[in-house]
Design a binder for this molecule. Structure first.
Ligand code: HEC
Length: 244
């Protein structure tokens, strides 16, 4: 993932999302004691993790009946692209109608579409799609650089280690997940504003220049990271985004 990272990146996207969804089957021995009408995500979607690693938060889904009440004892099964594993791969919902699983993403960087599945009493299949992001080596470098240099202005949230400066800024920068803004900027624009600061694109000088601090490869890593975490997803021009 160095010189032609864009191409490789898109190829991995295609592989990750087109890789055949497998059913682990381990949960099929379980017999549901009741059935629901809908599946909703309680928490654990849209996480940003690392390739091959277990996501920080478990994925929690809930089965409801047609009145929106939680259903206990409904069977939920998880599936995802090749390389993704769920612990457990499925099970019966608990007294709050929920099932929780730890998710490990595959070895490819990219966006992963996971599926939770349950059936209604009439055996109609109900599916819920959940998206997670796996950062590869280059994007992880970008993530670390973001934490070190950019997040104090670009992320409005403070953490114990880092106090956000966002509220003090007269001109508000965008969080890097904000695809509506960042997807409209070309790689050349991003390289220019990161290297030479806001004035390079006739923007505020509150955005500092980093060409003295960061190498070209580091700026590329930041851009790879920004492109991957973008919501809505970034569509590289001329490339088909392989998602169902
Ligand atoms: C001191 C605060 C500060 C830091 C640190 C900072 N930025 Fe910014 N950045 C800004 C501000 C303010 C803007 C908005 C400028 C405007 O719209 O006129 C901005 C704009 C941008 C933009 C254009 C999109 C947007 O958000 O409006 C990009 C891309 C960007 N910054 C990348 C980075 C990267 C990458 C880093 C870390 C290497 C970084 N910035 C660090 C303040 C900062």
């Amino acid at each position: 993932m160095c010189r032609h990272w864009r191409t490789l990146f898109v190829v991995s996207l295609a592989l990750v999302s087109a890789g055949c969804a497998r059913k682990t089957g381990a949960a099929s021995a379980l017999k549901p004691t009741s059935f629901g009408a809908e599946l909703v995500e309680s928490s654990g979607g849209k996480q940003i993790g690392a390739t091959g690693m277990v996501l920080a938060q478990p994925l929690v889904v809930q089965v409801n009946d047609d009145q929106g009440n939680a259903v206990t004892g409904a069977l939920v099964e998880f599936s995802g692209p090749a390389g993704v594993s769920f612990d457990p791969p499925g099970g019966l919902t608990d007294s709050s109608g929920q099932l929780s699983a730890n998710v490990a993403l595959g070895s490819m960087a990219g966006r992963y579409q996971l599926i939770a599945h349950t059936s209604t009493k009439a055996q109609k299949s109900v599916e819920l799609k959940i998206e997670e992001i796996a950062l590869g080596y280059q994007e992880q470098l970008g993530f670390q650089l973001d934490n070190k240099y950019c997040a104090r202005c670009h992320n409005p949230e403070s953490t114990p280690e880092r106090v956000s400066n966002y509220d003090n800024l007269e001109v508000k920068p965008h969080p890097f997940t904000e695809g509506d803004t960042l997807n409209k900027m070309s790689d050349a624009d991003l390289t220019a504003i990161i290297g030479h600061g806001g004035p390079a694109l006739n923007k505020s000088a509150l955005m500092p220049p980093y060409s003295f601090t960061l190498s070209k490869a580091e700026i590329e890593a930041l851009i790879a990271y920004i492109r991957l975490i973008s919501d809505p997803p970034y569509h590289a021009s001329g490339m088909v985004y392989a998602q169902k």
